[in-house]
Design a protein around this ligand. Structure first.
Ligand SMILES: NC(=O)c1ccc[n+]([C@@H]2O[C@H](COP(=O)([O-])OP(=O)(O)OC[C@H]3O[C@@H](n4cnc5c(N)ncnc54)[C@H](OP(=O)(O)O)[C@@H]3O)[C@@H](O)[C@H]2O)c1
Length: 273
């Protein structure tokens, strides 16, 4: 299926690892021009290499420069753009968006992803920890959307994806901060829908279940045993591969997903049943 995003400009935050990196790779594999950010220089370089490989594979498949999507500007030739940006720094985010827009055009696709809050029951955290979680899991995403929205609306086409967690659907006692803060993203997205719908812009929340990423595996002393235990409780019988998540995001970023907005899409192998 051609998703129709070749030549579209995609911004993916928190893309130096795990799910964000997989989304950036999936979008590049569809011919989108991808700009990624994160805070760690070395991880940023490694992720850029992976996304570049996906872009090169797309170019090889499509016989050179990509056919630009309708209204999407220039052909796909440049390598991925990678910048050090902390998503909680709203001024830096605005500068990043402006620079990418100047250099590449767009943006057309905005994927807001960052790290999660620490795990633990709700009683384990003081108010400062709750404030930090609000900064990272709520305000950082809203700031990113605010920085991009005028351009998406003016272009008359746009896709916004907010990466949250399955905890927005089924709170898990061991993720108290996530349970408390992340549902705010769902309310934000749903509230935006009627304002931006007429401009051709959709917004959806992606709610990942357990995926095999560094963030998950570093929670366990014995990752192999813990992942096997988790997999046993997932109806499809395995932990998610980040590529599963990337493919879902790429579909939602495409033309065929034009009628999906305000939704919370679980990507969890059925675990939250
Ligand atoms: N994996 C799962 O099983 C799972 C399940 C449910 C929910 N989630 C949620 O999904 C999101 C992604 O998870 P993941 O597993 O892919 O985590 P990950 O492997 O740790 O990746 C997190 C990414 O976010 C970046 N990041 C963190 N803080 C940032 C900030 N302030 N500004 C910019 N970038 C930032 C990190 O890069 P730098 O360190 O370079 O900045 C990294 O690229 C998280 O919110 C996580 O809680 C994951």
């Amino acid at each position: 299926m051609d998703l129709g995003i070749a030549g579209r400009v995609a911004l993916v935050s928190g893309a130096t690892s795990g799910l964000g990196r997989a989304v950036a790779t999936a979008l590049a594999a569809e011919g989108a021009r991808v700009a990624i950010c994160g805070r760690d220089e070395a991880r940023l370089a490694a992720a850029a290499e992976q996304v570049n490989d996906a872009a090169a594979a797309y170019r090889a498949r499509s016989g050179g420069a990509a056919r630009p999507a309708a209204g999407a500007g220039r052909p796909v030739r440049d390598p991925v753009r990678a910048d050090r940006v902390d998503l909680r720094d709203h001024d830096a985010v605005r500068r990043w968006v402006d620079t990418v827009a100047t250099d590449l055009g767009g943006p057309d696709i905005v994927v807001s992803n960052a790290g999660g809050p620490p795990a633990g029951p709700v009683t384990a955290f003081d108010l400062a920890a709750y404030r930090d979680a609000v900064e990272l899991c709520l305000l950082a995403h809203i700031g990113f959307v605010q920085a991009t929205l005028p351009r998406l609306r003016a272009a008359g086409w746009g896709r916004i994806l907010l990466v949250a967690s399955e905890t927005v659907r089924r709170p898990r006692p061991q993720y108290g901060l996530s349970n408390t803060v992340r549902p705010g993203l769902v309310g934000y997205a749903k509230s935006l829908v009627p304002e931006i719908g007429p401009d051709g812009v959709t917004i959806n929340v992606l709610a990942p279940g357990y995926h095999r990423t560094p963030a998950l595996t570093r929670q366990f002393d014995d990752p192999a045993a813990s992942l096997a235990r988790i997999a046993a409780g997932v109806p499809v019988g395995r932990v998610g591969d980040p590529a599963d998540f990337g493919a879902t995001a790429a579909f939602l970023a495409g033309n065929q997903a034009a009628f999906i907005t305000g939704s919370t899409i679980l990507v969890d192998g059925g675990a939250s049943l």
